[in-house]
Design a protein. Structure first.
Length: 474
């Protein structure tokens, strides 16, 4: 293991890496069920398609993560990207409306976008063009990516990750509907039975957070993982005692047999280029460009931000083996298109594994093996409650804010782009959009300062492309 992953060189151990991989997996295990839910309208398009996307999610995530482990030797884990999968589902619906075909046929047509995107990324990565794009991002923006992602993690942990539904509607969020209510009575009236679930969720996530903080203070490497386990136990006990619900009820009817047949028959190597281009050549090209831009900068932002937090970058903010990491992203995306899921990208939740001590590809390898294992034990992975994940995301998000001290707040060309990213990423939920806004503002400020010649040609090109993305092909 040491010879393959250079453990001693990276000041880590097999135990630490395995625990880090397990931690990352637990924080993002939700994608295994959520991705097929989003891509099939929560099963409305048929159980067979849900099964196919579920299998594709596990396999494509594992392939991309294995590539990251062995090619780049980085602890970053890959899976179908959130936001991109929702956008993919919308595109599938639009194709169905335009062409008059079924959802399954339109799904296969939309997979063409993912295939082309992956091939484009593979070529750009091999030619080092994607790496040059990374270097074209000004240092100030690169330094600001990590804390901006931290705020996004805080928003996910305290917001959407703990959304609650009840007879009064929903989703209800912790920060808005629990802490934002004037009094507990107001919250109870507005949330109905969801109030009890919300209280349990809030208690669970904060107990988990303080357990993580305490164990980390004691120098325990598995602090994040232990905090999540503690949170899960508390939540399960709360369900049984206060909600009168058996948290393990789903295991009674759960199937542990991988639905390989459904994937083979419905999505494996099933591309429909005829129906894809039936929506119009311009529309098709626009969709491809949109997916490419969002995925490219989401991946770059996650890699740079997480690597910065882990101390994996040099004094210029560059990460060694960036080319290999970007190649892994391309391979994962192609694997996703071949098996039947949306764009596979580096997950921001990888930061939880990095915080647990993960520094090499062995952590990623561990997560990849667990993704494959989930083809058999998905019902068990689905038992991890959202508040337990929230505890880890809140902790990691707070730690990533430390990167703000590296920003030169006296330089307006750094201050304004970073401030905009800090707001944009958590609100939009897109790392790529945050970087785009930062790039545009940086370029505009430098031009207004009379320092236009200090801005590289590629930076101008990226800024213009984002302007087109925001105002022309939104």
């Amino acid at each position: 293991m040491n010879g393959m992953f250079h453990l001693q060189e990276n000041h880590t151990t097999v135990r630490t890496e395995i625990l880090a991989g397990l931690t990352t997996f637990m924080t993002m295990a939700y994608i295994i069920a959520l991705n097929p839910n989003l891509l099939t309208n929560f099963g409305a398009e048929g159980q067979e398609l849900w099964n196919a996307v579920f299998m594709a999610t596990c396999i494509a995530s594992a392939i991309g993560t294995f590539t990251m482990a062995f090619l780049a030797n980085k602890p970053f884990v890959m899976a179908p990207g959130m936001g991109l999968n929702s956008f993919f589902a919308v595109v599938v619906g639009n194709i169905a409306a335009i062409t008059g075909t079924t959802y399954l046929v339109s799904f296969r047509a939309a997979l063409c976008i993912i295939l082309i995107e992956g091939i484009v990324f593979l070529i750009l990565s091999i030619l080092n063009i994607r790496e040059k794009i990374v270097h074209a991002i000004p240092l100030g923006i690169r330094l600001g990516i990590s804390p901006a992602i931290g705020l996004m993690l805080l928003n996910i942990g305290l917001g959407s990750n703990a959304g609650i539904y009840s007879e009064n509607g929903g989703p209800f969020y912790a920060m808005r509907d629990f802490f934002g209510a004037l009094t507990p009575a107001v919250a109870r009236d507005s949330m109905g039975t969801g109030y009890t679930v919300m209280v349990l969720s809030v208690i669970t996530m904060f107990v988990g957070l303080f357990v993580i903080l305490y164990l980390n203070h004691k120098g325990i490497k598995a602090a994040v993982l232990a905090g999540m386990v503690c949170s899960s136990i508390i939540y399960w006990a709360g369900e049984a005692i206060f909600l009168k619900v058996n948290p393990f009820e789903s295991l009674k009817t759960a199937s542990f047999v991988p639905p390989v047949k459904d994937m083979v028959e419905l999505t494996l190597f099933k591309f429909d280029f005829h129906d894809f281009f039936a929506i119009g050549t311009f529309t098709a090209i626009t969709l491809i460009i949109t997916f490419c831009m969002i995925d490219m900068f989401d991946t770059i932002g996650t890699l740079v931000g997480t690597a910065s937090r882990a101390g994996m970058v040099d004094e210029h903010g560059n990460m060694p083996k960036m080319k290999e990491a970007l190649l892994s992203d391309a391979v994962g995306t192609i694997a996703g298109s071949l098996t039947g899921t949306s764009t596979v990208t580096t997950f921001v939740e990888s930061a939880s594994g990095v915080e647990a001590g993960g520094r090499t590809g062995l952590a990623a390898l561990t997560s990849g093996v667990l993704f494959l294992g989930c083809m058999f034990i998905a019902p068990l992975a689905a038992l991890i409650p959202a508040p337990a994940t929230s505890a880890a995301l809140i902790y990691v998000g707070v730690l990533m804010l430390a990167g703000l001290q590296k920003i030169d707040w006296n330089d307006v060309s750094q201050m304004v782009p970073v401030a905009l990213m800090l707001i944009c990423m958590p609100i939009s939920g897109s790392i790529g959009h945050g970087i785009g806004l930062g790039m545009i503002s940086f370029t505009a400020i430098r031009v207004m300062q009379g320092r236009a010649k200090e801005v590289s040609i590629l930076t101008y090109v990226i800024s213009i492309l984002f302007l087109i993305k925001f105002f022309v092909i939104v």
